[in-house]
Design a protein around this ligand. Structure first.
Ligand SMILES: Nc1ncnc2c1ncn2[C@@H]1O[C@H](COP(=O)(O)OP(=O)(O)OP(=O)(O)O)[C@@H](O)[C@H]1O
Ligand SMILES: [Mg+2]
Length: 253
């Protein structure tokens, strides 16, 4: 087995948007960036790989097991998914209870649940807020709690949908550390971002979507030399140049 995830010729259609002939592999231990403009299909692809949406055509394999209705729960417990909006995944009365929900669902003894929750909250530096209601969390805090809930499940694959948006710099840094540690533990990660810094410093490879199709799939260094891929990430250097020129122009007014 070399792949954590394999997507083969997947087609899927909402009313007005279609994903067409999607092929992708996420290798064991690989950290892969999933990029594309707003509405290009990134979150839809996550939902297909989690079995939250069913492909119209094609197959998805998780650790060589074909994803289907009969094995959905079994396969999904290996995957941790950090939603784009953390409010979509917090629902227990307190932070502690929320993080405990997943491990309890795995049927673990309460002592093991307690240990995992303590460790996970410590990881994301939320121990002090363990007994706060989840609806009193700021956006960044909610994201940290959601991440703790995922880590407490000890997943083998992580899907992170824009993990860094809304987080302050120390938190970005500590999530970066966490992810590096996960790499040492052999966890495969697929993450979306619109930020070139994270791609350059974190992704081994990159898949770019454009209007529901795969535009590019390959090593990061190749992606960053491909003008069409750069268009999907955003060419920040050219924006910087434009802004600098504009500032000169404005100064002369
Ligand atoms: N439940 C839905 N029903 C119908 N169309 C949908 C639904 N969810 C998403 N879409 C459409 O599918 C397309 C892809 O959406 P998706 O959320 O996958 O994009 P994305 O790449 O994650 O964008 P973003 O960068 O904004 O998060 C969009 O055109 C969106 O309007
Ligand atoms: Mg999205």
């Amino acid at each position: 087995m070399t792949c954590a995830i394999e997507v083969n010729h997947v087609f899927f259609r909402y009313d007005e948007f279609a994903m067409e002939d999607i092929n992708m592999q996420l290798h064991l231990c690989e950290h892969k960036a999933l990029v594309g403009l707003n509405g290009s299909g990134k979150t839809t692809l996550f939902k297909l790989m989690l079995g939250l949406l069913e492909p119209d055509e094609g197959e998805i394999y998780i650790f060589d097991q074909k994803l289907g209705r009969e094995n959905l729960w079994d396969v999904r417990k290996d995957i941790g998914f950090l939603f784009q909006n953390p409010d979509d995944q917090l629902f227990a009365p307190t932070v502690w209870e929320d993080v405990a929900f997943g491990p309890r669902n795995l049927g673990l003894p309460e002592s093991e649940v307690g240990q995992r929750v303590t460790e996970a909250l410590d990881f994301v530096r939320m121990t002090d807020l363990a007994h706060r209601p989840v609806n009193q969390m700021s956006h960044g805090q909610a994201k940290r709690v959601a991440l703790a809930g995922i880590l407490a499940m000890k997943p083998k694959i992580l899907f992170l949908d824009e993990p860094f948006t809304g987080l302050d710099f120390p938190m970005v840094r500590s999530i970066f550390d966490i992810i590096q540690r996960l790499r040492d533990d052999g966890i495969s990660v697929l993450f979306t971002t619109h930020n070139r810094f994270f791609i350059e410093n974190w992704a081994d490879s990159l898949i770019a979507l454009k209007e529901g199709r795969v535009l590019f799939d390959g090593p990061t260094h190749k992606a960053l030399n491909d003008a069409e891929v750069l268009e999907q990430i955003g060419d920040w250097d050219s924006l910087k140049r434009e802004m600098a020129q504009k500032r000169v122009y404005d100064d002369t007014q």
